[in-house]
Structures are given as structure tokens and as C-alpha cells.
Design a protein around this ligand. Structure first.
Ligand SMILES: O=P(O)(O)OC[C@H]1O[C@H](OP(=O)(O)OP(=O)(O)O)[C@H](O)[C@@H]1O
Ligand SMILES: O=c1cc[nH]c(=O)[nH]1
Length: 187
């Protein structure tokens, strides 16, 4: 039996991304902006944010996606080889404000890896962070600039972001401790 509580439905997600897009545009000059999503659901959300931001601006900011598997701080100690997706950062990001996009912010280790990965492509002027859900429990000094929803959680719970492009549904749920099995293997 699945014991999940829906905390954002499809409409909530759409409204939330529209708000974040407005915040990004308000905070950054159009010509200096780039958006980079973290595989996999962060990249999907980044593409949606990019479409919204492009609608609001006269210019189409560069969009990229990165896989952070080889930058993880636990790479050497993980039991199996990571599944790696291709990264696409096909533009010079020197001097730009790079907005990293991810679905969930938890310990902050994925974002640390993403920052590391981004600096392999150049030297951005600044890096900002947009996340759909911030569930707390940070283990590093990382704080998002744009947050869809703050979700206070117990460590045993899991926040599940699902997107139509990959999961056939747009929703954010919280799994109760009894069904939060993935957390053990992914953090
Ligand atoms: O702040 P952190 O502790 O790094 O956790 C956040 C990350 O965890 C999730 O990925 P996960 O590794 O669970 O894999 P998934 O993308 O397959 O869900 C999520 O997509 C974030 O990228
Ligand atoms: O709850 C969590 C923790 C890490 N990653 C997720 O996607 N959800």
C-alpha cells in the first residue's frame, strides 16, 4: 500500500514555476542569464522554466543540463557504477548568472556537485539556485534563491517530484516513513 500525500498538484506546479520564472526575471538582467538543470527531473523543470522566462524576456537565455554523477562526494564508496546521462552546456557561461535548477533540495550535496560541474565549463559571474521543493536537512551551507515550496519533513520521509515528461503525471508528494525506501539508497 502506498501512503503518499500530494502537496503540489499539476496546477500548483504550473503556478509555482510561473512565480519562480517571474522572480528570476526580476532579479537578473536578461542578457546575463543562463539556466542549467540537473538530471533528470531538474533538467525537465529547467526546460519549463526556460520556456516561461523566455516568454517574459525579449531574449532566449541559454539552456543547459548537467549530470552530476561523477562529481558526487560519495562516488568512490558507492556500491555500483553510477548511471550517467550526457550533459549539454553548449554555450560559454563565463560572466553569466547561471541559475541551477533541481527538483528537490535536501542535504545540498547534489547542488554542491552541480556547482563543481558547472565550473568545469567556465567561470560564471554568479550561480543561483532554484528548486521546486526544499525539504530541509541541509548538510552543507547551501541555500536556494528561488523555492517553489518549503516542505518540513522528517528524515525518514521522502519527497517525490513527478513530471509528465518522465512520469506521466505532474505532482509532488511526501511518502511516509513506511514507504520511503528510496532514501536509504539515494543519499
Ligand atoms: O540535496 P540532496 O541530498 O543531494 O538531494 C537532492 C537530490 O536528490 C534527488 O535525486 P536522487 O539522488 O534521489 O535521485 P533521483 O533524481 O533519481 O530521485 C533529487 O533529484 C535531488 O537531485
Ligand atoms: O526526499 C528526497 C530526498 C532526496 N531526493 C528526493 O528526490 N527526495
Amino acid at each position: 500500500m502506498t501512503d503518499e500525500k500530494v502537496v503540489l498538484d499539476r496546477d500548483d506546479m504550473r503556478r509555482t514555476l510561473v512565480r519562480i520564472a517571474h522572480e528570476i526575471v526580476e532579479k537578473n538582467p536578461a542578457q546575463q542569464l543562463a539556466i542549467v538543470g540537473i538530471h533528470r527531473r531538474g533538467a525537465v523543470l529547467a526546460a519549463r522554466l526556460h520556456a516561461l522566462v523566455s516568454e517574459l524576456l525579449d531574449v532566449d537565455p541559454p539552456l543547459g543540463d548537467i549530470d552530476i554523477a561523477f562529481y558526487r562526494d560519495d562516488l568512490a564508496t558507492r556500491p555500483s557504477a553510477p548511471v550517467v546521462h550526457a550533459s549539454h552546456v553548449d554555450f560559454p557561461l563565463d560572466g553569466l548568472t547561471v541559475v541551477i535548477v533541481d527538483d528537490v533540495l535536501y542535504t545540498g550535496r547534489t547542488v554542491r556537485s552541480a556547482i563543481d560541474a558547472i565550473f568545469d565549463y567556465g567561470r560564471p559571474a554568479r550561480v543561483q539556485l532554484a528548486v521546486l521543493a526544499d525539504r530541509g536537512h541541509r548538510e552543507l551551507p547551501i541555500r536556494p534563491d528561488y523555492v517553489g515550496k518549503n516542505l518540513p519533513t522528517a528524515r525518514e520521509e521522502r519527497v517525490n517530484v513527478r513530471v509528465e515528461e518522465l512520469d506521466d503525471v505532474d505532482e509532488v508528494t511526501i511518502s511516509e516513513a513506511s514507504t520511503a525506501t528510496q532514501e536509504v539508497t539515494t543519499t
